[in-house]
Ligand binder design. Structure first.
Ligand code: ACM
Length: 386
């Protein structure tokens, strides 16, 4: 390979289909990081060149396209996926072909692969603090609604256990197929309002989440009285839902656009210069941005696309991300992340209400945390906006 040749990396983010709204934000975060790396001279003088396919939010496409990136395009570093079902398609491919796969999305936990670097939150980093917050702030009667696939079902299994540890009660648990009609969303909204829960825990994703929040509002639901709490409703979805239907609802995530810090201001300024708006900057976009920078840092050290050497160099690596400092945990390939809880205000902007004091070690198998552990009780945030 001569010194002029670029470093090829593969990207699998959907720009069409049900999760396009969030995956486009992840794609943008990755592209912004690549621009920044290339603008400072690339890695060892060579540019990073993305090869990108659009799986169209169709789960089987992710596996097929991962295979194509590795076999036809001869790429061994892949970035992508939002839905856990799509990650599960890519997993056996990267393991068989010994590629390195960066996954910038929160998920249900209970997984480890030596070929994956997990950049999103695990349940101890988002579900446990959110359960504490909901029960202390609103009450213990919670209704579950999710899209019908692995992440919502597994995430709810964890949330159910955590809530029950704290004396919570699950009033109902419903799953919506990806083909749910407007009337289907309206039925669920009416059923929830009839049950009068203290809060709703939603694991509905992508475009479905927009339809669900709007249906809840249309049926008379008000986030200021009985909020929908989620791990997957980010800034991009809130912008699409609109402030009227979004106000009062709650999300737990490591990052929100409204974080007041020099690192976040720098990130948002660069994002706006490249994409013209920051309305779709989300925690998954920020995770994708950080993962690309961490990859470039270890590639600079290692100097070759060697999966084992890159993997070893990533373990224990820290990065000053827009959310604050993060670190790849050498114990499990997941990431130490911040934990914040925010509520949508009347302008459709997340206001950060609570946070944990320090970044949280990922515990994908939920070995340690308990709802009563003070480590997972968030503190009130005073200063919140930029
Ligand atoms: C997800 O499916 N991990 C959001």
């Amino acid at each position: 390979m001569n010194s002029q040749e670029s470093w090829k990396i593969g990207m699998l983010f959907s720009t069409t289909g049900v999760t396009a709204i969030i995956e486009q934000s992840q794609l943008n975060g990755t592209l912004l990081a690549i621009d920044e790396i290339n603008a400072r001279g690339g890695v060892r003088g060579r540019m990073i060149k993305p090869v990108s396919y659009n799986p169209g939010s169709i789960v089987s496409n992710y596996g097929e396209m991962a295979e194509k990136l590795i076999v036809d395009d001869k790429i061994t570093a892949l970035f992508g996926c939002y839905m856990s079902s799509s990650r599960k398609e890519v997993l056996p491919i990267v393991e068989r072909r010994n590629a390195l796969f960066f996954y910038p999305t929160l998920y249900e936990g209970f997984e480890y692969s030596p070929n994956v670097i997990y950049g999103g939150a695990t349940p101890n980093q988002n579900s446990v603090p959110l359960a504490n917050y909901l029960m202390n702030t609103f009450g213990k009667r919670i209704f579950f609604v999710g899209s019908d696939y692995i992440y919502p079902r597994e995430s709810n299994r964890v949330m159910r256990n955590v809530l029950r540890q704290g004396g919570g009660e699950i009033l109902g648990e419903r799953y919506l197929g990806f083909d749910t009609t407007e009337e289907g969303f309206a039925d669920i909204a009416r059923e929830i309002l009839d049950m009068k829960p203290d809060a709703i825990f939603s694991t509905v994703v992508g475009q479905m989440c927009i339809d669900f929040y709007r249906a809840y509002h249309a049926a008379g639901g008000d986030g200021r009285m009985c909020p929908i709490a989620s791990l997957t409703t980010n800034e991009a979805e809130i912008a699409a839902i609109g402030p009227e239907a979004a106000v009062g609802h709650i999300t737990a995530a490591p990052y929100f656009r409204t974080i007041s810090s020099p690192a976040n201001r720098k990130f948002l300024k660069a994002y706006k210069e490249k994409f013209g708006t920051v309305s779709d900057v989300t925690s998954c976009c920020e995770a994708a941005y950080s993962q690309m920078h961490m990859f470039a840092a270890v590639l600079e050290d290692v100097g070759e696309m060697d999966t084992e050497r890159l993997h070893d160099a990533l373990l224990g690596l820290t990065f000053d991300a827009p959310q604050g400092q993060i670190k790849i945990d050498p114990d499990n390939n997941h990431t130490y992340l911040q934990s914040r809880i925010a509520r949508v205000d009347v302008n459709g902007e997340f206001v950060i209400e609570n946070k944990l004091r320090r970044s949280v070690k990922p515990d994908p198998y939920l070995v340690y945390p308990e709802i009563h552990d003070r480590k997972f009780r968030t503190q009130k945030v005073i200063q919140t906006t930029l």
